[in-house]
Each structure stands twice: as C-alpha cells, then as structure tokens.
Design a protein around this ligand. Sequence first.
Ligand SMILES: C[S@@+](CC[C@H](N)C(=O)[O-])C[C@H]1O[C@@H](n2cnc3c(N)ncnc32)[C@H](O)[C@@H]1O
Length: 254
Amino acid sequence: MAKKLLLKKERKVQVKNREIVLSKFEKHLVDENKDFSTSYGKITKKDLKKTTFKVGKEEFFVMKPFFIDSYKQLKRLAQIITLKDISAIIANTGINNKSKVLESGVGSGAFICFTATIAKKVIGYEINKKHLEVAKENLKKLSLKNVELKKADFYDTNKIKEKDVDVVLLDLPETWKAIKTTEKVLKTGGFVVSYNPNISQAQKFVNSLSEKFLYEKTVEIIEREWTVKETVLRPKTKDFGHTAFLSFARKIKI
Ligand SMILES: C[S@@+](CC[C@H](N)C(=O)[O-])C[C@H]1O[C@@H](n2cnc3c(N)ncnc32)[C@H](O)[C@@H]1O
C-alpha cells in the first residue's frame, strides 16, 4: 500500500504584539489511494497527487515519506528503545555498513529496524513468539531484508550459535544473566551495550562483567525539547523523561 506524507502548515495571526495559533502543524502518513478526513474537511486522493493544496484556509504539502516517517508508524509493544538512545548506541559503537549486530530481546523490533538500515547484518533473539511476530511484521513494512530473527532464551548460552558479532545490545530484564552468551558471540574488540531502566540494574550488570570484558562507561542520554516562538522560549517538559542507562564494555582476548 503506497503511502504519502501529508504536512499541514501552522496557521497563526498577530494580535496586538501577541501571536495566536489558529491551527497547529500536523503530520500524517496516508494511503495515497484513499480519501482522508481531517477536522478541516475531506482530502481526496486527487489532492494527494498534488504537491500542495488548500482546504479552507489550511495549507497542506504532499511528499514521498522518508524512512523515519514510516519508522514512527511501526506497531509497538510495551517498551521500545527511543531514538535518543538508539543514536547513542550507534555513535558510541560505530555501527556501520560492515557491522554484524545482535540484539536480545527483540520486542517490537524498534532498535533492530533502525539499525538494519545502517548495519550489514542484524540478528535478533527473542523468547516470546507474539513479540517475534510483531517484529517480523514491522520489518516487512519497512522492506528490511538483512535481519534474522530467532526464538530462543538468550540466557541459555548453549542454545545460541552466533559468532564474530561486532556489537551486542542487551535489552533484557536481567542483562547480567546474558554475559556468558555475549562472551561467546562477540569478536575480540566487539562491544556489549546493556540497556537498563534502573541504575541498580546497571550496577549489577557492570559488577557481573567477567575478566573477558573491559568496562568503558555508563551514561544516561538526556534530551530536552524547547518551545521556540517569537515571544516564548522555554523547555517543553519540566523533567527530562528518563528512559534508561546505557553501559558499554568491550571484549578482550585473554
Ligand atoms: C523491552 S523489550 C525489548 C524492546 C526492543 N529492544 C525494542 O527496541 O523494541 C524486552 C524483550 O526481551 C524479551 N525477553 C525477555 N527475556 C528474554 C530472554 N531470556 N531471551 C530472549 N528474549 C527475552 C521479552 O519478551 C521482550 O520482548
């Protein structure tokens, strides 16, 4: 089903030195073969063939969606790794088009889908059949073919057969239980990243690292969005929206 990205311009007026927003910026990913209803009126499939058009006073722009537009529409299960954390993992481990990356657990495949656009190959281990199905559906929607998903308990070292992996991401309830398996699959110099919502979990992971790993650091990525308008400059949210701690270590040869 071919999609179009539909953007609506914000409409505002100046009243006595004050800016009043009459309608907000909007973004929709729509089926190009169907009419689309908005609170301003109907947008027809004929409108979606144009690059710009108006519905009443509202101005719309139509374009081909980018990867990130489709990515943001993926089906989500409970908790996914956010873009701010994905970017830190990719940047700190240097994932590139030669990398073999492994993640466990897969969940809805948010990290895997993003990383598959950069890495040579991505392997995912997941224990829950339902989660695997959602991840497969998401990969199909994005036409990603360099991913292999497997059903297994990643804590069970004997069941995992991979070798020579460059980066292992652990997004599991007890990441320290996956250290032995990680040791087996990583190549020398390869990275392990442990994704832990609580600092006590990060501590347990770091303290459990064997002598086969060199611990690098634990970080929390803080992203604060700001409202930037002609007369208003302030952070959008009061707190920082904590997601997780990222602990990085590298495998060494001993
Ligand atoms: C928070 S989710 C992962 C989300 C994922 N990183 C994403 O970006 O969408 C954690 C996943 O780990 C899976 N899991 C839990 N224990 C596991 C185990 N021992 N082996 C493999 N997967 C496991 C769960 O079923 C769940 O899907």
